[in-house]
Design a protein around this ligand. Structure first.
Ligand code: GLN
Length: 381
């Protein structure tokens, strides 16, 4: 064998792939990897077909189809009051993960420190490490997983290059509040610290709460890459289309990497989404659509022995199972999938050190009958 020095010696296969494969193999109800089990809108599918039939089948411009960038700019201004120039400040990506990887690769140099909050979505740390950066993680704890800003302050030094935020948060289903924004502004003021804000669940926010996009706050927006996705809002995670917004000086660096990583993203879906976005109901209705599912699932779980943790956003529900067993979460999910026929994600997978608070993550972006079946099984556990 030819010797290879691994860039990611600790990495195995991502937990989402592992759990979905196991769920399929065992025929379990898959509430692990986050994706809907119902189809995207026929209208949107029709728009994709039309785009293909109308000849939109060659390379899109490197930064994305202009009509889509313009719609994103309009939507951002309407929702968050910020103006992003479609020409220089918005790039269409092959999903949120590519946008995150690209932003990190573009600006993180060897030994730059990046602060992340754990449990953290699993692509942040590897991207930082591949760039030669140093991951500085701060562990958050159930049940509320609030960010302790005094602890953040202690992590900051002159090597701190970036803070990665994620609201609504995967996996904890928490959101940033006004007080968090205030603390964050105070911390980054007069510092050369960038922000990478993963906002892929921006429209999945409940109980009338405000989504505190970095775009709303000029002090934060001027240093932020904001990452968003169309997979989540349009129930089409397999299409892998998302985008990144950032001030021109950051977007310029982002595109230098983007052009050599994917060059551009598939054209017909961009053309279709540009059209579909013109109707704001297509995204404004999502909060109530998913809130209904959240409430339905939570109500069903009331009759179980699982402790239901708060859920303010995203399509994930965390549960603590300390009343049921003291097994490790990684062991318990395997038993749950084999004995109860329901797949979940063990939240320890989102901690670098594997910290185990006996919490599991379920995805409730499912048809009612799927949730019914899952709840039936979970109340027997
Ligand atoms: N975002 C989805 C989740 O958290 C899955 C992402 C993936 O499979 N890479 O489950």
């Amino acid at each position: 064998m030819i010797p290879v020095i691994s860039k990611l010696p600790q990495a195995g296969t991502t937990i989402f792939t592992v759990m979905s494969a196991l769920a399929n193999e065992l025929g379990a109800i898959n509430l692990s990897q986050g994706f809907p089990d119902y189809d995207t809108s026929p209208e949107l599918i029709e728009l994709v077909n039309q785009a293909m039939k109308n000849g939109h089948n060659q390379y899109a411009p490197m930064a994305g189809v202009m009509a889509l960038r313009e719609e994103i700019s309009r939507k951002t201004e309407k929702l968050y009051g910020a103006v992003y120039d479609p020409d220089t400040e918005i790039t269409i990506t092959a999903g949120g993960t590519q946008a995150i990887y690209t932003a990190i690769t573009a600006v993180i140099n060897p030994n730059d420190e990046v602060i992340i909050f754990e449990p953290a979505f699993d692509c942040y740390a590897p991207a930082i490490k591949i760039a030669g950066g140093v991951v500085k993680s701060l562990e958050l704890e159930p049940p509320d997983y609030r960010i302790r800003w005094d602890m953040v302050k202690r992590l900051i030094n002159n090597r701190t290059k970036m803070i990665i935020l994620n609201s609504p948060h995967n996996p904890t289903a928490t959101i940033l509040h006004q007080e968090d924004i205030k603390e964050l502004c105070a911390i980054v003021k007069n510092q050369d610290i960038l922000i990478l804000s993963d906002e892929v669940y921006e429209h999945l926010i409940y109980d009338g709460a405000t989504h505190h996009s970095m775009a709303r706050y000029p002090e934060l927006a001027k240093r932020s890459f904001i990452v968003a996705s169309f997979g989540k809002p349009f129930h089409a995670t397999g299409w892998k289309v998302g985008y990144c917004m950032a001030p021109a000086f950051l977007m310029q660096e982002f595109r230098k990497v983007h052009q050599f990583l994917v060059f551009s993203v598939n054209t017909p879906i961009q053309v279709a989404i540009a059209e579909y976005l013109k109707n704001e109901d297509h995204y404004l209705g999502l909060a109530s659509f998913f809130q209904e599912k959240r409430d339905y699932f939570r109500e069903g779980l009331q009759n179980s022995r699982f402790e239901i943790l708060p859920c303010s956003g995203s399509y994930f529900q965390l549960v603590r199972y300390s009343n049921i067993t003291d097994e490790k979460d990684a062991d318990f999910v395997i038993r749950l999938i084999k004995e109860a026929g329901v797949a979940a994600i063990p939240v320890s997978a989102f901690y670098n050190k594997g910290t185990d608070h006996h919490v599991l993550r379920f995805c409730f972006a499912k048809r009612q009958e799927t949730l019914d079946k899952a709840v039936d099984r979970l109340i027997k556990v």
